[in-house]
Design a protein around this ligand. Structure first.
Ligand code: APR
Ligand code: PHB
Length: 412
């Protein structure tokens, strides 16, 4: 590889998802350089259909990073959600229950578009369509990344590597066996998701517990609905015609007072598998994992993107401290700081999942127990507050000595 073109930077970042892009921009705001390496094309990253619910803390962080302009114009602020069970709806007033917090509905790929544009405007370096990405000397103080691009070989020398390459990336598996432990749970169901060209049936999201299985009504814009149905994990999309999907959705959202979903052309459909996964620690020597590379949550709480944002918030501050003063204390505690929040969010996502889905081994006892639990949330302010605090988002955790007792603001 003597022919490789040599590049150098402070932090080499792998993956142009929300984690890698936001990290790269936060580092830039701290005066720290990075090069971001992405396997796919820019177009692929900017059009991938993913979730679309941003916690208050994620919205605040994007705004403070200067990435919030279009989100403020086009994002839909929701002050509540509906829990539907026993064929009745129960609204949770998130805003009131959390002293003024809310969620914003804004598609993940729109966040990605905004961050890519912001990086290029600021002269940021992103290499799309990079092949054969490999790490070298990650246990030394000068790790290197090699990759191919446009028929040429490149080598980046850096101080640190940030592995933001998602669940199927290479970063996590570059850590030697024995240096990291994985915790994992697979669920015996999946979600069939559609985008439909039709105004959502309600202004707010509806989470429905139905004896035929969970269903969720969400949206992307006032004219585009996003709907999900619990299905078999090995479900074949080919057996789900558009009319069968609508028929099943109608059944799972039906109420005693003749609620009707709006029906329209289906623009896109796909299956999302459901798992919980945590890598501990999220660091090996000079390699730091962030986002889906380190953890996966089932989509029921819409937490994936928000966890990624919380990780890179912590990581950017830790790099800032290291570059400013040579102090590695925050970097050393990166994993511990993130994992405190990650496990709480794991619990919330698992809890929401367990409360709404029909489990294949479940029986009528389990269904009645779920209905009782949902009944508690609908009638107890304490239980509703617990759900609302977690749904709108826990504080982006800080190391203990910097932790604040009230909701922190994200001063950069
Ligand atoms: N080399 C370079 N890039 C890679 C490689 C590789 N070997 N492997 C994967 N990537 C890229 C992927 O193409 C993708 O663009 O890394 C990126 C990872 O992005 P995401 O999967 O979006 O992960 P993350 O940024 O952590 O965002 C978390 O994304 O998966 C959703 O539900 C999840 O909402 C959550 C969010
Ligand atoms: C979505 O709009 O894609 C969405 C919303 C809420 C969830 C999961 C996904 O819990």
């Amino acid at each position: 590889m003597g022919m490789a073109k040599d590049l150098s930077t402070h932090v080499g970042i792998i993956g142009a998802g929300p984690a890698g892009l936001l990290l790269s921009h936060l580092l830039h705001l701290h005066g720290i350089q990075s090069i971001l390496i992405e396997a796919q094309t820019r177009e692929h990253c900017e059009t991938r259909v993913r979730a679309g619910v941003l916690e208050q803390g994620t919205v605040d962080l994007l705004n403070e990073a200067g990435a919030g302009e279009r989100m403020r114009r086009e994002g839909l602020i929701h002050h509540g959600i509906e829990l539907r069970f026993n064929r009745r709806g129960h609204r949770l007033d998130l805003h009131q229950l959390t002293n003024g917090r809310a969620i914003t509905v804004y598609a993940q790929h729109e966040v990605v578009k905004d961050l890519v544009a912001l990086r290029f405007d600021a002269g940021g370096r992103i290499v799309f369509q990079a092949g054969q990405v490999q790490f070298h000397d990650i246990a030394s103080s000068s790790p290197r990344i090699t990759f191919q691009h446009g028929g040429e070989a490149y080598e980046i020398s850096c101080d640190f590597i940030a592995g933001c390459d998602g669940f199927h990336g290479i970063s996590r598996n570059s850590i030697p066996g024995g240096a990291v432990r994985f915790y994992e749970k697979a669920y015996p169901f999946a979600w069939l998701g559609i985008l439909a060209e039709v105004p959502p049936a309600s202004n707010e999201l509806i989470y429905s517990n139905h004896e035929r299985g969970f269903a969720l009504s969400s949206m992307r814009t006032p004219t585009i609905s996003r709907l999900y149905l619990q299905c078999d994990p090995h479900e074949d999309l080919a057996v789900w015609s558009d009319s069968r999907i609508w028929e099943e959705l109608h059944r799972r959202f039906e109420t005693v007072d003749s609620f009707r979903l709006n029906q329209g052309p289906i623009l896109q459909k796909g299956i999302t598998s459901m798992r919980s996964f945590v890598a501990d620690p999220m660091q090996y020597s000079r390699l730091f994992l962030a986002g889906d590379a380190a953890h996966i949550v089932p989509p029921t709480g819409a937490k994936g993107l928000n966890l990624a944002a919380a990780d890179v918030y912590v990581l950017a501050r830790a790099f800032d401290s290291w570059y400013r003063s040579g102090n590695s204390a925050l970097l050393d505690r990166y994993s511990e700081t993130c994992l405190r929040r990650v496990w709480r969010v794991q619990h919330f996502s698992w809890w929401m999942t367990s409360m709404f889905h029909r489990f294949p081994e479940g029986d009528e006892f389990d269904h009645r127990r779920q209905l009782a639990e949902l009944g508690n949330i609908a009638s107890s302010r304490a239980a509703a507050t617990y759900l609302a605090e977690n749904y709108t988002g826990l504080p982006f955790d800080l190391p203990e000595e910097l932790a604040q007792t009230s909701w922190p603001t994200h001063s950069l």
